[in-house]
Design a protein around this ligand. Sequence first.
Ligand code: HEC
Length: 110
Amino acid sequence: MTRNLRPLMLAVALLAAGPVAIAQDAATLRSRSLAASCAQCHGTDGHTPAGSAMRALAGMPAPYLAEQLLAFRSGVRPGSVMPQLAKGYSEVQIGQLAAYFAGVPAATQP
Ligand code: HEC
């Protein structure tokens, strides 16, 4: 048998290391890369620069965030850019974004 078993051994080692931890890391990475699209306007990790007129998303409750994104997407909540932008995300992705920003500690007031 000439098959290279290294990939299999690696998979076994990763499973032994803790599949739950690895799955969570992957999910966090996916959410973080989704959230990167929001950084241009809402700041890195939802932290707007001091004095910005833009609301900081960091630390807002996940249900509130998800509800706003769904409302923008369906047209219930009007806006300048968000209605168009929210249409690009599935409900699962909206859930991931909401959970991600809710999990980032809000910046302390200067
Ligand atoms: C091009 C700039 C821009 C980008 C990119 C952007 N936003 Fe926004 N966001 C806004 C503006 C402007 C508003 C105010 C509503 C409006 O005019 O559309 C807003 C409002 C919001 C609100 C409502 C906040 C509140 O206080 O109720 C949420 C939630 C939100 N954005 C989430 C996101 C998420 C999540 C992303 C990334 C997927 C994102 N935004 C990307 C500009 C942006």
